[in-house]
Design a protein around this ligand. Structure first.
Ligand SMILES: Cc1cc2nc3c(=O)[nH]c(=O)nc-3n(C[C@H](O)[C@H](O)[C@H](O)COP(=O)(O)OP(=O)(O)OC[C@H]3O[C@@H](n4cnc5c(N)ncnc54)[C@H](O)[C@@H]3O)c2cc1C
Ligand SMILES: NC(=O)c1ccc[n+]([C@@H]2O[C@H](COP(=O)([O-])OP(=O)(O)OC[C@H]3O[C@@H](n4cnc5c(N)ncnc54)[C@H](O)[C@@H]3O)[C@@H](O)[C@H]2O)c1
Length: 472
């Protein structure tokens, strides 16, 4: 057994881990990264980037389908070459992974340890059975793994998760997607638009991470107009039959139906990678999911010299959060016990389905009593209609006392851009009135946002008028 001494040991070389390592080194400290799997990060290998590549191909296909509505006709049949689609997805994905491999390749060899890390104590790690690492501080950045309900085991080797999709050499004919959350909606719709026969089965009415009932209902309608989506499916039986999976379910018309698919894609959420870490050997307090209780500003777990960043902390499993958290964790681990709060940004989330979904600011469920909602429906929004993208609904929320803009949920056109405008406004703590003072060009989708803000402002004014009347 080798023994290694360092200032900071980072477990996991994903986005959070790489940022933690860089931040620790920038403090002039010794740091190592420990990786049990492949370098390359979840984002680049099986997450953000390959999913967006598949979606880009789906958008190209969809544009051909939509073209006749503009009077543009393509002679002959549209032909999707699944092999070419997947070839581009994989080769571009490999290019992105290559940049990460180059970055990790630039770390000194002595700073990299290959193997699975477990805790022996707060500051001693065992890596496989070959190395004992003694660190002054540890950063846990082990990411997350698809959470696959036990009932799907009946699909045998027809059961897949997102990772498998990006290894396909060709597009399959039929896929049953379980989980219309972020991953299921993005991948399910993309496959549908690429000519794959897709059924999306959900649970409990959840859809795309939306929480505002009106926005969710609008989104459900919009997506159901395009593809088969049951957000609260009644699935009776799942069974592997030869090279297929047979699913018996009650369809949206209430009929019991049996269908066979090439694959059952489980997109039913992710769980933090904490189970194998032997956290019981540490002094850490764990929550009901086994995740160390930590401070989201310092990333420190309790009072221990242990920091936890990225998907593994099970709070906001998004790429930019993993980067920020890794940086804060690495810096604080290097300077332990001088631990300082790091900068956290306004919440922003985008789902790259079409129409896109956004959620920014305070989560809907945490809005204050009596919050004010402003609304715009995109069905008749000028620019959206010009582009034949006139579907969706935006709700903006404001504080009834101060008029401060608190957040928004939306399904609709160009939500990825709108989300930034809105998240920046949340972070600047702008009021609805201040946002309305800003310029709005014509004709743009943001004019729809102005309509929603005006609606919110009218309600705020009405509230204020009522309060004045009550006082008088
Ligand atoms: C399909 C999909 C699409 C996504 N799309 C987006 C998107 O569009 N935008 C967005 O913001 N986010 C997206 N995400 C989320 C984003 O990818 C993650 O939030 C981010 O990659 C998490 O980074 P991380 O560093 O926490 O984890 P990871 O990158 O997973 O890194 C964790 C590393 O730890 C290693 N490890 C685990 N346990 C141990 C151990 N005991 N010892 C040693 N090493 C260990 C793992 O092998 C892994 O390399 C997507 C995710 C998925 C799955
Ligand atoms: N665009 C992005 O930023 C992006 C894209 C993909 C993933 N991500 C990140 O990855 C995380 C995980 O994504 P996800 O889609 O796996 O999780 P999720 O929590 O968004 O969705 C899981 C869905 O599965 C459903 N579900 C659970 N059990 C089920 C069952 N037995 N049958 C049918 N449906 C079931 C849930 O109701 C929910 O709708 C996201 O929270 C997000 O942070 C982000």
């Amino acid at each position: 057994m080798k023994t290694l001494h360092t200032d900071v040991a980072v477990i996991g070389t994903g986005t959070a881990g790489m940022n933690a390592y860089r931040a620790a080194k920038a403090q002039g400290k010794r740091a190592i990264v420990i990786e049990s799997g492949q370098y390359g990060t979840t984002c680049a290998r099986v997450g953000c980037m390959p999913s967006k590549l598949l979606i880009a191909a789906a958008e190209a296909s969809h544009a051909v389908d939509e073209a006749p509505r503009f009077g543009v006709h393509v002679e002959g049949d549209k032909r999707i070459d699944g092999r070419e689609v997947m070839q581009r997805v994989r080769s571009e994905r490999d290019r992105f992974v290559g940049f990460i491999l180059d970055a990790v390749g630039s770390y000194p060899e002595a700073d990299k340890l290959q193997g699975y890390a477990t805790f022996k104590s707060d500051t001693v790690l065992l890596v496989d059975e070959h190395t004992e690492v003694h660190a002054k501080a540890v950063v846990i950045a082990t990411g997350s793994t698809p959470a696959v309900p036990g009932m799907f085991k009946a699909a045998g080797d027809r059961l897949i998760v997102n990772d498998d999709v990006f290894e396909w050499a060709d597009l399959p004919a039929r896929v049953a997607v379980f989980g219309p959350g972020v991953i299921g909606l993005e991948l399910g719709q993309a496959l549908h638009r690429l000519g794959v026969h897709v059924r999306i089965f959900g649970l409990g009415g959840l859809l795309g991470g939306l929480n505002d009932p009106a926005v969710k209902a609008n989104a459900q309608q919009v997506f159901q107009n395009e593809l088969y989506l049951d957000t609260d499916a009644d699935v009776k039986h799942i069974e592997q039959v030869g090279d297929e999976v047979e699913i018996r379910y009650v369809n949206l018309d209430g009929q019991e139906t049996v269908e066979r698919f090439d694959y059952l894609l489980a997109a039913t959420g992710r769980r933090p990678n904490v189970a194998g870490l032997k956290l019981e050997n540490t002094s850490l307090e764990l929550d009901d999911k086994g995740v160390p209780v930590f401070d989201r500003y310092t990333m420190q777990a309790g009072k221990a010299p242990i920091f936890i960043a990225g998907d593994v902390n099970n709070t906001v499993p998004l790429l930019h959060e993993a980067s920020d958290e890794g940086r804060i964790a690495g810096q604080n681990a290097a300077n332990f016990p001088n631990v300082q709060p790091g900068k956290r940004r306004a919440p922003i989330a985008v789902v790259f389905c079409d129409p896109q979904i956004l959620a920014v600011g305070k989560p809907f469920k945490e809005l204050p009593d009596g919050f004010v909602t402003g609304e715009v429906n995109f069905d008749d929004q000028g620019r959206s209609r010009v582009m034949l993208k006139n579907r969706g609904l935006l709700h903006v929320y404001a504080d009834p006392r101060t008029g401060e803009f608190l957040g928004a949920e939306m399904v609709g056109p160009t939500a990825e851009h709108m989300a930034h405008l809105l998240a920046w406004s949340v972070q600047q703590r702008l009021t609805v009135a201040q946002m309305l003072d800003m310029p709005f060009y014509h004709p743009v989708v943001e004019e729809g946002l102005r309509t929603a803000l005006r609606d919110a402002q009218a309600r705020l004014d009405e509230l204020q008028a009522r309060q004045h009347k009550a006082v008088a």
